[in-house]
Design a protein around this ligand. Sequence first.
Ligand SMILES: CC(C)(COP(=O)(O)OP(=O)(O)OC[C@H]1O[C@@H](n2cnc3c(N)ncnc32)[C@H](O)[C@@H]1OP(=O)(O)O)[C@@H](O)C(=O)NCCC(=O)NCCS
Length: 198
Amino acid sequence: MDKQVERFKLEFPSKSRESDALDFLNEFAEANTVIHGSGGLDYVESYDEWLKKLEEDRVRKPTEQRVPAETYFLIRESDNRIVGVISIRKVLNKALWNFGGNIGYSIRPSERRKGYNKINLFLALCVCKNRGMEAVLIDCEKRNIASARSIQALDGKLLYEYMDEELGYEIQNYVIDVRHALDKFGDKYAPMMFEYPA
Ligand SMILES: CC(C)(COP(=O)(O)OP(=O)(O)OC[C@H]1O[C@@H](n2cnc3c(N)ncnc32)[C@H](O)[C@@H]1OP(=O)(O)O)[C@@H](O)C(=O)NCCC(=O)NCCS
């Protein structure tokens, strides 16, 4: 018999997810690994403060210092579990053009290598399309194979790579054509979503 396909949605964080979110965050701490794309969940004083910040990020007017962004949990339908997080910066300032790009993401350590970040990124591209974004810039450490392959899986094209002397490692910059990726991979990922992003 065919294995049941897992389905996912992106969910804007709310108060009702507080204990799940803290459990999610704790898993990164226990694995001693960094979290990317959480909009600051790892450095705020409290969950409530984080929710407030996410709402401010969502409606912010872009400046050279701060840009508008939307952060979502990736939720698995079968057990309603937070399996990942993703943050979409809807506008780039000069600093983000150089480093950071439009999208950052993480999958919780216990749920990695199951293809989840590819659906995470696909769903985020749906949000990007809904916001009128035609292309997204994503950068990643060259040695972060899982991140690079997630981007390549959505037809991300390598723009350039460089050695960041300050960080001490090589960075790759990719671009994804949003409409092209959604058209090309829509049939593949449609069965893996249970709510189309708003
Ligand atoms: C990067 C990250 C999000 C990938 O999540 P994931 O759910 O494990 O990735 P997926 O299972 O969707 O795999 C994506 C691709 O990477 C490959 N991959 C995943 N983990 C891998 C590993 N450890 N080594 C080699 N390839 C790997 C997969 O095979 C897949 O490639 P394919 O399409 O060619 O088969 C996850 O490792 C993570 O959270 N890392 C910490 C945060 C981070 O580095 N974020 C990126 C910076 S913004």
